[in-house]
Design a protein around this ligand. Structure first.
Ligand SMILES: [Zn+2]
Ligand SMILES: [Zn+2]
Length: 275
């Protein structure tokens, strides 16, 4: 059975510093979900938990967890559940920005180790260059640092946008190409073992055939090793809502995703809502 698109687990409200769009409200996100017939949607604003020892590298301008929670309560319906989530970075010292206490309080957590555009927060330009080789090595190290953490609730965590341009704005495709199949498999074997979901949201139309193949390869390897997937549009503005569903459908076709490739967290959350 073909993968059924019944969710979008990555959405930003105006509270995210990179949105700052008054139209990007919880009501607008929920309306987008209902319009598309989704049964599960998540709010995942950027934040940094100020209760964590950041070792001198805090992020997101003090957008702390209380600020994220100012969006509560979220609209809910029997046919669509709205999860309270967050998108959390690991800083340049390898600190994940969510305390144990706060990990309990969110339904869903997106882990982003790929925001290498956030100079001084996630990356020290004196240590890591902007060229493809430096960025590949640093990104790979960060992935393993995250996946080797023993105290994270991986069962409700997603791995954000594996091939985002933020990894290496200068030469993304070259950077991704520098990963061998074995290195990618080593990362995704750990993702699978942890039970994390792999996020899908690359934009198929933005790439020529060669570049698209480069973007598809990590995701194909993830599928081969048995990882499970969720979709997360990462919308920051309402204009993106109209385009996302069709892009997701294209990704389903490109990766030949079946319902059995869906991250188990999704049907579990939907089933709880139906009770
Ligand atoms: Zn992100
Ligand atoms: Zn995001």
């Amino acid at each position: 059975m073909r993968y059924v698109l019944d969710h979008d687990l990555h959405n930003h409200s105006f509270i995210s510093p990179c949105s700052r769009d008054d139209r990007q409200t919880k009501q607008a996100i929920f309306a987008y979900a209902l319009t598309n017939g989704y049964r599960l949607v998540a709010l995942t604003d950027h934040g940094w938990d100020t209760k964590v020892d950041d070792k001198g590298a805090p992020g997101w301008g003090g957008n702390d967890m209380e600020r994220l929670r100012s969006n509560l309560p979220l609209p809910q319906a029997k046919r669509c559940r709205f999860l309270m989530g967050c998108e959390i970075d690991m800083n340049r010292h390898g600190v994940f920005g969510l305390s144990a206490e706060e990990r309990e309080r969110f339904d869903f957590i997106i882990a982003s180790v790929s925001h290498l555009n956030l100079t001084h927060f996630t990356i020290d330009p004196a240590q890591v260059g902007s060229d493809a080789a430096s960025r590949k090595a640093y990104y790979e190290k960060r992935l393993h640092t995250l996946l080797d953490m023993d105290d994270l609730p991986f069962y409700k965590m997603g791995l954000a946008h594996f091939t985002t341009g933020n990894i290496c704005n200068a030469e993304l495709h070259r950077c991704i190409s520098l990963f061998s199949d074995a290195e990618l498999a080593a990362v995704f074997e750990k993702v699978k073992a942890r039970g994390m979901g792999v996020e899908l949201n690359f934009v198929p139309r933005a790439a020529n055939a060669e570049d698209l193949d480069i973007i598809l390869r990590p995701h194909r390897i993830a599928k081969q090793v048995g990882c499970k997937f969720y979709f997360g549009g990462d919308a920051h503005h309402p204009e993106r809502f109209g385009e996302r569903r069709a892009e997701f459908e294209t990704i389903v076709d490109l990766l030949d995703l079946k319902e059995s490739d869906k991250w188990e967290f999704i049907p579990r959350m939907i089933a709880e809502n139906a009770q």
